[in-house]
Design a protein around this ligand. Structure first.
Ligand code: 13P
Length: 253
């Protein structure tokens, strides 16, 4: 297994979770982790910033290798940016990862590839692993532009100095997020093969970079999606909010 990427199952809680209910889910997950052999995969949760501290404390109490990440970071280390959080702050809070360029941020906050690249750079500089999200819209897929869109997003969003240790790529078709729709396994295979090939020109150890699939991953479809060539894990939204569902995905590899 040494020359294949180590699978990563990541949960993106988005803007969901209050302390009490979140703690119950995290403790449930940690208990499941304690009873399992997880040497061959990484498990990550990216909660809202308000819950990072709780999650880091919870994993410490239970001594489990749960990774914790932010959902976004600023391009700068510090400064007059009201409401924003820097990569250095996430690192300081106990995070190992941060998602950058999620399609919801690209759409809601007008983030372009250049902004995403600078965020990924800031994350790497702070010692975090950046999960760079890319993916086509429904219109782009229908016009046959999917692979071209992915190339442009990769070329624009992957910073110099990216490698398999500090960068993960998440392929999330925008039309599959939160809709219950997923691409066919053939479409996922085609997109991931294209991503693998494209990052060959951008990242030195491209074969070892983890490529995650995201968009309506559920217990019922996880095994099929995770078995696709060049899919090294999943980025899970809705189904990561319940420990039992997330666990079913973690163990579907
Ligand atoms: P869903 O799993 O809810 O479709 O969300 C996917 C996603 O956007 C993860 O980042």
């Amino acid at each position: 297994m040494a020359n294949t990427p180590r699978p990563l199952i990541a949960g993106n809680w988005k803007m969901n979770g209050l302390r009490h209910g979140a703690r119950i889910q995290v403790d449930d997950l940690l208990e499941r982790m304690a009873g399992a052999d997880l040497q061959d995969r990484d498990i990550l949760l990216c909660p809202p910033a308000t819950l990072i501290d709780m999650m880091v404390a919870a994993r410490h109490v239970r001594a489990q290798p749960l990774l914790v990440g932010g959902q976004d970071c600023h391009t700068e280390r510090s400064g007059a940016h009201t409401g924003d959080i820097s990569a250095e702050m996430l690192k300081d809070a106990g995070c190992e990862y941060v998602i950058v360029g999620h399609s919801e941020r690209r759409a809601d906050h007008g983030e372009d590839n250049d902004t995403v690249r600078r965020k990924a750079r800031a994350a790497i500089d702070a010692g975090l692993t950046a999960i760079i999200c890319i993916g086509e819209t429904e219109n782009q897929r229908q016009s046959g532009e999917t692979l071209q869109v992915l190339t442009g997003q990769l070329e624009g969003s992957v910073p110099e100095g990216a490698d398999a240790a500090n960068t993960v790529i998440a392929y999330e078709p925008v039309w599959a997020i939160g809709t219950g729709l997923t691409p066919t396994v053939e479409d996922v295979a085609e997109a991931h093969a294209h991503i693998r090939e494209t990052i060959g020109g951008l990242i030195a150890d491209a074969p070892m970079v983890r490529l995650l699939y995201g968009g309506s991953v559920k217990p019922a479809n996880a095994a099929e999606l995770l078995a696709v060539e060049n899919v090294d894990g999943a980025l899970v939204g809705g189904a990561s909010l319940k420990a039992a569902d997330f666990w079913a995905i973690v163990t579907a590899i």
